[in-house]
Design a binder for this molecule. Structure first.
Ligand code: CMP
Length: 140
């Protein structure tokens, strides 16, 4: 089915100036950009976005990292977009990510892991609505 997923290019990858290379991988895989914006997240926004991880030991480091510089946020649309994006990203820990994935090629650590992607249709809907008003998401 045609799905939408929320994708974030994290501060490490924006700082490395590889936004275009990462977006090109989405496009090459048939995912279309339905919304996009560069943003500097506030601490409150990052804490709310990652609220599901609030009790985890890595939460503070995660939030500190996510507000350390601008991020590129996009909605990707296409057939099986949620799983397709997760396959393109590779494992959360770049040391475990398959060769040729975004994290294997651009990430440095489990914290600075280049990209975020929604993990299921329910979270995708919540995450997309968190960053984009409906009228700013364009069917592709
Ligand atoms: P992300 O997909 O953005 O979702 C939560 C993030 O927490 C994850 O990517 C990692 O960057 C970060 N993180 C740090 N430590 C861990 C861990 N042990 N398990 C899962 N995620 C972690």
């Amino acid at each position: 089915a045609i799905e939408r997923t929320l994708s974030i290019i994290k501060p490490d990858a924006v700082a490395k100036n590889v936004v275009g290379q990462i977006l090109a991988r989405f496009e090459a895989a048939g995912l279309k950009i339905a919304a996009a914006r560069l943003a500097q997240l506030s601490r409150a926004e990052a804490e709310q976005f990652y609220a599901v991880h609030a009790a985890r030991p890595f939460f503070k480091d995660l939030v500190d990292f996510m507000i350390s510089g601008p991020v590129m946020i996009q909605v990707l649309e296409g057939e099986n977009a949620i799983l397709k994006n997760r396959e393109l990203m590779g494992a959360t820990d770049p040391k475990k990510a398959d060769a040729g994935t975004i994290r294997a090629d651009f990430a440095d650590s489990i914290d600075a892991n280049a990209v975020h992607g929604s993990d299921a249709p329910e979270t995708a809907a919540v995450e997309i609505a968190f960053f984009f008003a409906g009228l700013n998401v364009y069917a592709r």
